[in-house]
Each structure stands twice: as C-alpha cells, then as structure tokens.
Design a protein around this ligand. Sequence first.
Ligand SMILES: Cc1ncc(COP(=O)(O)O)c(C=O)c1O
Length: 392
Amino acid sequence: MAFPERFSNLPDYAFPRLRKLLDPHAPGGEPVAMTIGEPKHPMPEFVGPVLASSLAGFGLYPPNDGTPELLAAIGGWLKRRYRVDLGPERLMVLNGTREGLFNAALALVPETKRGARPVVLMPNPFYQVYAMAALALGAEPVYVPALASNGFLPDYASLPAEILDRTALAYLCSPANPQGSVASRDYWAGLMDLAETHDFRIFADECYAEIWRTAPPAGALEVADATGADPERIFAFHSLSKRSNLPGLRSGFVAGGPAGIARIRQLRAFAGAPLPLPVQRVSERAWADETHVEANRALYQEKFRIADEVFSGLQGYMGPEGGFFLWLPVPDGEEAALKLWTETGVRVLPGAYLAREVGGENPGKGYIRVAMVAPKDEMQRGLVRLRDCLYG
Ligand SMILES: Cc1ncc(COP(=O)(O)O)c(C=O)c1O
C-alpha cells in the first residue's frame, strides 16, 4: 500500500530523535529533564470542582463553536489583556493551539496564489506543526532564519518579491519558542503592512503571551486594531496550556476576521473534534480568572531571575523576554546535549532538532533549548550543573 509522498521527507520528531541520541548512554548524575515544554506548575484549584459539577456534559454532544458562556469569557479576557472588543463571530474554540494552527491553515489557505503554488512562511527554528500544515496543503514551506542578528525574529520583508507574492500565510510565534523573543508593536505593524502589500494572512502563535519578564507582550490583535489592519488577515491563537498550566485540558481558541472564522468553524463542524462540554466549562472559568495566571507568572519570573544569575557574565547569554525556554549558544548542540547527559544527567534538546537545514545551514545547530519547567530548586541545580559542564 502506498503512503503519501508529501510527508516522506520529514525528519524524525525531536523527542524520538533525542532518545536515539541520549538513551544508549547512562546519565552522569541524577537525571534532570529540561527537554519538553510541559508546564509543571500547579493547575488552578477550581479545575476539579468545575469539572465535577459539569460531568453530565459528557453525556451530550458539545456545541462545535463553543458555548456562549465560553465565548463571552474569552471575549472578556481579550478586552482586559489587549483592549480589543471582539464578538463571538470572531472567535472559535480549539483543542489547544497545535491542532488549530494546523486546521486553520487547511481552512484558509487557497490551492493556488496568483496562479502558482502558495508559499507558507515560518521562522526557523519553529514549532513543528507549521511545517506539517504547509506540507499537508501542498504549499511550499519557506523557512526564514530567526537569528541573534535579527533579534531572533524572522525578517520576512527581506524575502524576494516573487516569494512574497506567492505567500498565502505567514506564521509568527511571540513570545517565541524556542528563543523567548517578543515581537514589538512595530514588528507586528510592519508584518501587517507586508501582508497587505503582498496579500497574505498572518497566524500569530501567542500561546506564551501570559508568561513574560517585565511587560505584557504586544498582541497581534491589538496592533491590528490600533493600525486599522484588515481583520481577515490576522488570526491570533491562544491556549490555556501555558497560561493556566492545563496542557492536558486541550483548550485554546483562535480570534480573527468573521469570514475566516466562519471557514474554520465549517471545517471543524465537518471534520473536527469539538471540546467536551465539561472542558468548555473549565475553560470558561480559566479565561475569566487572572489570580492563578499572576501566581504562575511570578513563578516563571523567579526562574528568569535564577537563570540570569546562573549565567551572568556568560557571553552570548540572553535571558528570554517571554515563554519558558532558554536558548543557549554552544559550539554544537548535539555534542553539548550528549556531553551534558553523560557527565551530569541533565537532559536538554539540541537546537537543530527544532530547525530545518536551508542552504547547508541549520540555524539551531549552535544552540541547546532548556525548558525551565521543573520545580525551582531542581531547575536551579540543573542550570548550575549545565553551566559548570558546558561553560565552566
Ligand atoms: C510555539 C508553540 N505553539 C503551540 C503550542 C501548542 O500548545 P497547545 O496545543 O497545548 O495549546 C506549543 C506547545 O508547546 C508551542 O510551543
């Protein structure tokens, strides 16, 4: 039986690849996992009671588009966080942002652009679902380096006009996984101008928007609102996974123009998995509450402080502006990850596993990604061992 060609050239997913690299070797100390970006801070206390009081909802097919109460809670959060006023016709609930970033591309990217194969732009390194979406669409993925020299944000405007004219969609992650860089208002506004000039959509992956160091990162929706950008060009994706430490709830949403949202709803009505009603009830409560989010952010801010202290004076160290990863420069990420594991038991991800080689260059090769998700003391011990092993 044949398999589709379009997925045949994919590299192994980062984590099986990491297991292949490290697992044949014994750890050199008590293992500390700093690989997967799975939030470990406590989930909000209301989750259990709200779930328990809405169990009967498992006996019903859930509403595809989200309950009116959930959409209202999301709208309320957008108003508080970004000062934008979006009605329910501009919102769609998702089973987390990963599937949304994939399915919304299927719903919105046309088969051709100006009579040719459409292009999907993404930063390099990047969250891997962007490339899967491009390949599933039969679009051409264009990996645009996000390097220290450009503030770890892709310079889409520098691409040839031929590519930009074929571009149907550009992904941008802010705060970025893996580098923790944050797109400024000017960056967003420039990207929106470029999208208008070359007629493409922007998918703003903002699932780390609530984990920041000094000031809340600007959001694509507020910049679009302030600059009068066409709302049909800009779709922002948000999640409860990092904001509320609920990665297992599988709950997020996308906000955008009403015509695009209608297409996303249509695809999901035919082929999607709606959020179970009890999950919608918990989500409604989580979007309406800021107390647990502030407590969670304070824990990450303490971790940023610890990381800054551990790596103070290290050349090339830049503490993240947001998110919960460190992106640390090393001569070779795979060699560094292997050395760290075999000498100390600390487990990190080689940066190359999150990026694609383009023109013989992999922009992640000289980095390791370190997730600051473990409890504070364990994380601190891991960072000190890492520093002494790789930079001592
Ligand atoms: C950049 C980025 N986008 C999206 C996601 C997906 O998150 P979720 O599907 O849990 O909302 C992740 C998860 O790690 C991520 O790092």
